[in-house]
Ligand binder design. Structure first.
Ligand code: NAD
Length: 354
């Protein structure tokens, strides 16, 4: 007998403006929120964009801080916090990827001031109440509604400058959010719809991006998919895939999106027998009978690493990953044991799927 439907669904508050050129309306959005002294945040590489955004904000911009870094180091948060305090700022506008938005979230957490996000990658952090902070080499994460950006402006024109290989791995990072949402213990029909559509959009657009890197319609589809996948990440509990990427990234300081790109097909392969409904969705979204191979095919076109070995992980280090993954229980559709996890990691380490 088939099971009848049962679920819980609470949507995160989200206020999104999406469209090419939508950065032009940022000042109106900020003014409508009643904010009067905002600090624009970016990484050093995106400082020119931060200057441009401050120019667009005009008298609403109190200043800029352009030293955001990957994994939100506490020293950077302290430094940015002193800038926020000195300027008497009432909000942040984070312009960039997950690293910059992560800094905005850390400041929201500390000062209870809102963050407006202008994402320029496909990582999806702007759609989640999850914050991260790295202190003494240890990354802590938590959930707090206060860090969820009060406004998100998605302007695909800003992603035209994202280097192609980073675009590909960032897109795969987004797909990974939706894949895990499909087998999450707290999944629901709404999330499943968003997840499937998000994967379909990105998987369809990535091969197009290779052919037409400057096509704004392709960039727009990628960002649309990233929005949906980010919303899935924000709405569900993540499972083994995010756990493994978090451990690998934190322990060996690996690049975030590339790690996701390598590990994803192996976790799909691993969970496939225990997540039949998720596999149906993935087959539909990827247009293939074998979702793990579908992901491998999708990334094959791009010059990105395809094994943990290539990323510099030593074979002997897999034991540390296994110990860390088994030390705190984590949601996953298939039971994780030392033996089967070793099998998964061995395959990801050697790049068995190609
Ligand atoms: P990133 O923010 O670190 O950006 C990577 C590099 O690309 C940076 O140098 C950045 O300046 C540059 N860049 C970004 N957009 C660009 C553009 N359009 N043109 C040119 N250069 C551009 O990378 P990311 O993958 O977006 O974020 C990774 C971080 O986000 C990790 O620390 C991860 O843990 C975090 N994250 C958090 C969540 C969450 O929900 N809290 C979700 C996803 C990712």
């Amino acid at each position: 007998m088939s099971e009848s439907l049962r679920f819980e669904y609470a949507s995160q508050p989200m206020d999104v403006s999406f469209g090419a050129g939508s950065l032009g309306q940022l000042r109106d959005h900020v003014a409508k929120l009643g904010l009067t002294r905002v600090v624009v945040l970016s990484t050093p590489e995106q400082a020119p964009l931060a200057e441009r955004v401050a120019g667009l904000l005009g008298d609403l911009a109190a200043g800029i801080y352009t030293r955001a870094r990957m994994h939100v180091p506490i020293e950077i948060v302290d430094e940015a916090a002193s800038v926020v305090a000195a300027l008497g700022a009432d909000a942040c506008v984070a312009v960039g990827g997950g690293s910059t938005i992560g800094l905005g979230k850390a400041l929201s957490l500390r000062y209870r001031i809102p963050t407006v996000a202008v994402p320029t990658t496909y990582a999806g952090s702007e759609m989640t109440p999850v914050w991260g902070l790295t202190e003494n080499g240890v990354k802590t994460t938590g959930r707090d509604r206060i860090v969820l950006p009060v406004k998100v402006v998605y302007d695909p024109e800003l992603s035209l400058t994202l280097p192609l290989n980073i675009s590909a791995t960032s897109g795969m990072n987004a797909i990974a959010h939706s894949v895990e949402a499909l087998w999450a213990p707290d999944r629901s029909p709404m999330v499943t719809l968003m997840a499937e559509e998000g994967i379909r959009a990105i998987a369809g657009a990535l091969p197009q991006l290779k052919k037409s890197p400057d096509d704004i319609a392709v960039r727009s589809t990628l960002l649309y998919g990233a929005w949906l996948c980010g919303a899935c990440l924000g709405a569900t509990t993540m499972s083994l895939h995010h756990k493994l990427c978090h451990i690998l990234g934190g322990t060996f300081d690996l690049p975030h999106a590339e790690t996701h790109t390598i590990v994803l097909p192996y976790v799909i392969e691993f969970n496939a027998p225990s997540a039949p409904e998720a596999m149906l969705s993935l087959r539909r979204a990827l247009g293939t009978d074998d979702p793990a191979k579908g992901i491998v095919e999708l990334r094959r076109d791009w010059q990105v690493p395809s094994s943990l070995r290539e990323l510099g992980v030593a074979h002997g280090d897999l034991d540390r990953v296994i110990d860390a993954a088994l030390s705190s229980p984590y949601a996953n559709p298939r039971e994780v044991t030392e033996e089967n996890l070793r099998g998964l990691l061995e395959r990801a380490w050697s790049g068995a799927l190609g």
